[in-house]
Ligand binder design. Sequence first.
Ligand SMILES: [Zn+2]
Length: 300
Amino acid sequence: MYDLERLFDDHDIEYWTKGKNVSKGWTNIQCPFCNDKSNHLGVNINTGAYNCWKCSSSGELSFLISELLSIEEYKSKKLIKKYREDFIEVKKEKRVVSNTELILPKEATNILPEKHRQYLIGRGFDPDYIQKKYGIMACDILGDYKFRIIIPIFFKGRLVNFAAKAIDDSANLKIKNCPNEKVVIQRDSLLYNIDNIKNRKAIIVEGFTDVWKMGDCAVATMGTKFTNAQIQLLSDYCSEAYILYDSKEKDPQALIQAEKLAHSLYSLIKKVEILELPHGDPGDLTYSEVENIKKEIGII
Ligand SMILES: [Zn+2]
């Protein structure tokens, strides 16, 4: 069953749901295939099949929409999917762009102090590699972000946001985010590391260190909560998605969130799988464990 009214409303197509020429269970529009001055083309709301009383053109909704909107049929197929009643609505949220340039904290330096380096080494990372690959910086003993690693967030190669991760795991606020009034794109419209998706395959993880461990193809929702804008972004960038959240043992909510995310992606992405970890989080994996996971899902 299609929500034809919403489909036509959203694309400024005039329609009739009753009156002249309109049968029950059909929505009518002006036929684009003949010299129709009225509303002779009916679309069946259950099947999407159309039929013109005047010129007898008939076919499927995807073809009709591709004609009406002058778009290719594969695009039209993707579009009309969103108007099926069994589809969970994903509205394209506007990426809120307020600033044209992101300013990193003025205390941030490229030289990682020893305690920052030790923190990374303690988590199984090579500080020099992580810095080179992800452009991390450090705030040492001064400022709002002291004792934190500054994590730049890029989108299409452009610096658009940042987060600051405490190097003390007992810190109250483990991740301190750039205030929204200073960002170029808000965090909830972004996925960390999206620029490094390869071959339209993504491993979706929760946090920054998970991405650092999983490497290319890993993107982080930056928390287990996700937004419609992130779902949209994922469907634009990948055809296969593997969700790798923290283990049940570490976070009992993680699997529930993973299932919600999978559910939102099913109708938009060809393949969606949830990968479950027996314990810990992806950041705790060894590099050979990471390699095995990636091999298994055909990402390497
Ligand atoms: Zn016609």
